[in-house]
Design a protein around this ligand. Structure first.
Ligand SMILES: [Fe+2]
Ligand SMILES: [Fe+2]
Length: 158
């Protein structure tokens, strides 16, 4: 079983973004597995770099999507992304310096980020971007309305 497991509960209702989130989980798992297997620091370092690069790309794509859908909490969401980028760069610095126990702190941070941000903040925009929300926003016709429509149509054909 993977250390970070993506689950449909994490879905934000957009396949493109879900796939990016899944990819983030995969890279985080590779970092975890490499650490567990006592791989060289250069190996861990390059996975870490990949994670940062992919995160920057993902945040950019996600923000573009949220802007397109006029997500009302856009500014707050973007600020949270910036905070995460700030934190991850600080961890990267500590990693480069070879700080003791930094790998575990990075894994704890990844948990907070992947579970916390995606489950908490990312899921908040789900109703704003999912296509289904447009359909469910249209209230179904009441039975009485339906009947009167049918009666009108019947009158027309007479
Ligand atoms: Fe995200
Ligand atoms: Fe996000």
């Amino acid at each position: 079983m993977a250390f970070f497991e993506w689950d449909s509960i994490y879905s934000v209702g957009d396949e493109f973004i879900d796939n990016q989130h899944k990819r983030l989980f995969q890279i985080a798992n590779r970092f975890h597995d490499a650490y567990q297997a006592h791989q060289a620091r250069t190996v861990l370092g390059s996975i870490f770099d990949e994670l940062i690069d992919y995160t920057l790309l993902h945040f950019k794509d996600e923000e573009e999507l949220l802007r397109k859908h006029n997500f009302p909490e856009f500014n707050q969401h973007k600020r949270n992304h910036e905070k995460l980028i700030g934190l991850v760069s600080r961890y990267k610095e500590q990693f480069e310096q070879g700080d003791e126990g930094i790998e575990e702190r990075v894994l704890d941070f990844l948990k907070l980020w992947l579970n916390g941000h995606i489950m908490g903040m990312d899921r908040q925009y789900k109703p704003y971007i999912s296509e289904n929300s447009i359909k469910t926003n249209v209230r179904p016709m009441q039975n009485s309305q339906r009947q009167s429509v049918r009666l009108k149509q019947a009158n027309k054909t007479r």
